[in-house]
Design a protein around this ligand. Structure first.
Ligand SMILES: Cc1ncc(C[n+]2csc(CCOP(=O)(O)OP(=O)(O)O)c2C)c(N)n1
Ligand SMILES: [Mg+2]
Length: 775
């Protein structure tokens, strides 16, 4: 390979690289050994993981990065990213000194909590990698929809650890990305062949190349650094290169740790019989031999710059950059180095080797001499990152004051959801043009089909509807094109949440608001739970519609029944869970979800729906709406000081209403509270209780206000098609007695009367629960 790279640039970047290794090490050292510890907990941080990737990040951030590129940095290289921004002047010394401390820079790059620009949060390994592929899909979506100029396209880049390649979500994403023909995506593997526990399996050698190549990726392997290439081209050198190729990962790592003398002994034992090779080895002293043997592609700035420069075009690219974990540090290569920390003697000797005077540890260019420091400063200031542009704030999209909902005495929330979206699709509302729907192979069975008929599948290349062309009758007339608004996914719920995360970050990443709506069967939220948490953690904004849900899916049975989903909805920060019983409630909550997606302090929404068709209620007025939006309203207002109420959520409202009708005679004034969001009620309760201590105000929460209509000694029968804990806590709000109904065991097939009887969700169960309170 002929080098076209300016040697001065390589030399300067080499200095920056050692500076990043130093600053990241020192930041971690400071937090663990110098800062006062008040709790005796290990602070932690990963010096070895950082040292492994500093050359890659130097070559990228200070040379190869384009102005519109976005990067997900492997979680344990967080300190390197902060050091880069420190050199750029975007990060303060105070933040570095408070690494992993309260209000300081976070352990792992965080979009919402760090003060430096972070494109994608990372932490749960694998997810930060996959989201970049879906972000490139979103970028293509925006280009195809005329929201982004093609010249503004950047690369979506993941800097990943090699152990992340063990995460299944990588391969689910790879398959989906191939189907969608994604482009402008780079994954750069810090291939140090060490995970947390151990060195990684040799048997995977070259397998990753095959897997990615099969999925249409360009695979660029950076095994040898420039010095290795030169030396191995000398007489006798090829044998050393071949020896490295055969060397098991664990042996290579152990020899790296042991150093030059060990390398020599082993190489001579294995290759010494070959005179030219032995002679070549003899030309290196121990230190030089160790440096040669670890001169891997991922540590060679020149090799990295060349590889990045040559990767032209928009083909997704995997760079396998061979590295040493802990490169340049005393525990380089040691299999236990993942959480290893240098001791004081070790870090001081690293400091001295860089010419940094004691006390000057935080100075960005300490020990370099004025001219060299000025040159580096100029290089840093001229780097692509210093010129990177942040997208403009997304223009708010008007949400209609009311979303029309279908009328009809008998309806299900799932069918109405499809209808509301269809009406939106047919409307000229600007909101409709920015809705993007997506579903992991349950588009039809979650009633999204009609929206897709109207708005089409999103495809970069035209996709003709063969059935429609052949005039074969079908309800689903789906053609794919650039203007399409539905992202079709295979059955991989994890991908659903990563796509929702990427779509839900369109505003901060690309300056355009999208309104992502994803559908899934309620029980299968659990399949993508970590990705859902990941999406919320970085404040992606979307609407999740989960349906059908609970035991109420009847004949589908226990395998498809969701039980603890309400608790997921209540427990997940960044996601507001509503469970409407009636379709006018649904329309209200969908509207709120669209508003909430673009509110500064907004978030995402989860609607738990059902296929059960139930009789709708007549509303004398819309007085119920404000309360419903806060989490609950009196469907049947209790008499003042009433001794009992039924508290119900979602699909079993008909049972609650029927029970209320009959109990009315025995318990005069009994109320029926429709809890539309156990989540909001509980959050409000927690906030009110904390409020007294946090800001000196103790205002009654919505749950307390509702329940204040009852006698303090009143009894509550709570009922939900899901974990009873979603509602039973309500008794704690005012100290009222509770008899909770709900599901805490697996269901089975059956029709609703049988199932509701067996699992105690019917009218009789409510009578029994009430009797239990009063007898
Ligand atoms: C989903 C998840 N599981 C486990 C962990 C704990 N963990 C953190 S790093 C790591 C191994 C990382 O190895 P690799 O990706 O090769 O990174 P590097 O060697 O560069 O540190 C593990 C298991 C995690 N962060 N996320
Ligand atoms: Mg690794």
């Amino acid at each position: 390979m002929m080098s076209k790279i300016d040697p001065d640039l390589v030399a300067s970047l080499g200095v920056i690289e050692t500076r990043l290794r130093w600053l990241s090490s020192w930041t971690i050292h400071n937090a663990n050994h110098l800062r006062e510890s008040r709790d005796g907990l290990k602070v932690g941080g990963h010096q070895a993981s950082c040292a492994s990737i500093t050359a890659i990040m130097t070559a990228l951030y200070f040379h190869a990065l384009g102005p519109n590129d976005k990067v997900a940095v492997k979680p344990h290289a967080g300190p390197v990213l902060h050091a880069i921004h420190y050199l750029l002047g975007n990060q303060s010394l105070d933040q570095l000194q408070r690494f992993r401390g309260f209000g300081g820079m976070q352990s792992y790059p965080s979009r919402t909590k760090d003060i430096i620009p972070v494109d994608f949060s990372t932490g749960s390994v694998g997810l930060g990698v996959a989201i970049t592929a879906f972000a490139s899909l979103v970028q293509d979506y925006l280009i195809a929809h005329g929201e982004l100029d093609p010249s503004e396209a950047g690369r979506m880049i993941a800097l990943m650890g090699d152990a992340e390649l063990d995460e299944g979500n990588i391969y689910e994403c790879l398959i989906e990305a191939y189907k969608h023909d994604i482009r402008n995506c780079w994954w750069i593997v810090d291939y140090n062949r060490q995970s947390l526990d151990h060195t990684t399996a040799d048997r995977m050698f070259n397998r990753f190349d095959d897997i990615f190549a099969t999925c249409g990726w360009r695979v660029v392997t950076l095994k040898q650094g420039k010095q290795q290439r030169e030396v191995f081209a000398r007489p006798g050198g090829a044998a050393i290169g071949e020896w490295i190729d055969r060397c098991p990962n664990a042996d290579f790592a152990a020899l790296t740790y042991q150093g030059g003398a060990a390398w020599r002994a082993r190489l001579l034992a294995d290759l010494g019989a070959e005179a030219q090779t032995a002679g070549l080895i003899a030309t290196f002293d121990d230190e030089a031999l160790a440096a040669l043997m670890t001169n891997l592609g991922g540590h060679c700035i020149e090799t990295l710059l060349e590889a990045f420069a040559e990767a032209e075009g928009d083909t997704p690219s995997l760079f396998i950059a061979y590295t040493v974990k802990g490169y340049g540090l005393p525990f380089a290569g040691h299999k236990d180095n993942h959480a290893g920390l240098m001791n004081s003697t070790q870090i001081e000797s690293l400091r001295d080797s860089l010419g940094i005077a004691p006390g000057a540890e935080w100075e960005p260019y300490a020990g370099l001499g004025d001219n060299a420091a000025a040159g580096l400063k100029a290089l840093v200031e001229a780097s692509p990152l210093a010129r990177a542009r942040l997208p403009q704030a997304a223009i708010p999209v008007p949400v209609p004051p009311r979303l029309p909902f279908p009328d009809g005495k008998e309806q299900s929330t799932q069918a109405a959801f499809g209808r509301i979206l269809l009406d939106l699709a047919k409307s000229g509302e600007p909101l409709a043009d920015r809705i993007v729907t997506t579903s992991p192979d349950v588009t039809v069975s979650t009633n999204l089909g009609a929206f897709v008929n109207q708005r089409g599948l999103f495809r970069r290349q035209e996709l003709h509807d063969v059935f429609a062309a052949a005039k074969i009758p079908t309800a689903q007339k789906w053609s794919g094109h650039g203007a399409g608004q539905h992202v079709e996914l295979g059955i991989a719920e994890n991908n659903l949440f990563l796509v929702l995360a990427a779509l839900g970050l369109a505003a901060p990443l690309f300056g355009t608001r999208l309104f992502p709506v994803g559908t899934v069967y309620d029980p299968f939220i659990a399949r993508g739970l970590d990705a859902l948490n990941y999406a919320c953690y970085q404040d992606a904004r979307f609407l999740l519609v989960a349906t059908p849900s609970g035991l109420t899916l009847g004949p589908e049975g226990g395998a498809h029944q969701s039980i603890n989903a309400p608790l997921i909805g209540m427990g997940q920060p960044g996601l507001t869970y509503f469970e409407p019983a009636f379709v006018d409630e649904l329309a209200l909550f969908m509207r709120r979800a669209f508003e909430h997606m673009q509110a500064t302090d907004g978030g995402s929404t989860y609607l738990r729906l059902t296929t059960r068709v139930i009789e709708q209620v007549d509303r004398p007025d819309d007085g119920w709406e404000a309360d419903a939006l806060q989490g609950g309203y009196w469907l049947k207002r209790p008499a003042v000081g009433a001794e009992a109420a039924i508290v119900a959520t979602g699909a079993i409202l008909p049972e609650a209403l029927a029970a209320w009708q009959e109990l009315h005679d025995d318990i005069p004034g009994i109320g029926l509270l429709n809890v539309t969001s156990p989540d909001l009620l509980h959050r409000g309760w927690s906030a009110a209780r904390a409020g007294r201590w946090v800001n000196g105000r103790s205002e009654a929460c919505h749950a307390a206000k509702l329940l204040a209509a009852l006698s303090p000694t009143a009894g509550l029968v709570t009922i939900i098609d899901g974990s009873p804990g979603a509602l039973s806590w309500l008794g704690g709000v005012r100290g009222q007695r509770v008899s909770p109904l709900g599901i805490d065991r697996f269901g089975q097939t059956g029709d609703l009367p049988d199932l509701y009887r067996e699992y105690r969700l019917d009218k009789q169960a409510i009578f029994d629960a009430a009797a239990e309170l009063f007898l």
